[in-house]
Design a protein. Sequence first.
Length: 142
Amino acid sequence: MFEISDFYNYCKENKVDVIPFIGCPQPGATVRDQGCLAVFLDFSKIRSTRLLRGVCYHELGHAATGALHKVDSPYELVERSEYRANRWAAQHYLSEADFRSAFKDGCTELWQLAEYFDLPESDIQKALIYWTERKGVDFNKN
């Protein structure tokens, strides 16, 4: 399961700057400039600890995979970078075993899983889609 300390430890170990910046178009953004990485967090758009956890969870996927895109590139697809970041985060922090444990504890609805993992429902849904549709995991079987 993901902890905010995972994000900050990764950033510290890999020399990724974490910069508070009001005015980002999104709550978080990962940027590369001449080989240096930085994660910008717009705390004016992050209104809960759960959302902060979700932003850090997702941006860690970008930083770890290098799944970034140029804003104005006709050759790089935003969706591809987003998918790679979400896939990496699910593989590392919302594993098949994590979901099985949550289901065993009685969490079956999306909102229950969001509470269990303390992440936004959208992150939980993307991870579930990854495991079930992309990896073929059937959580109804042991």
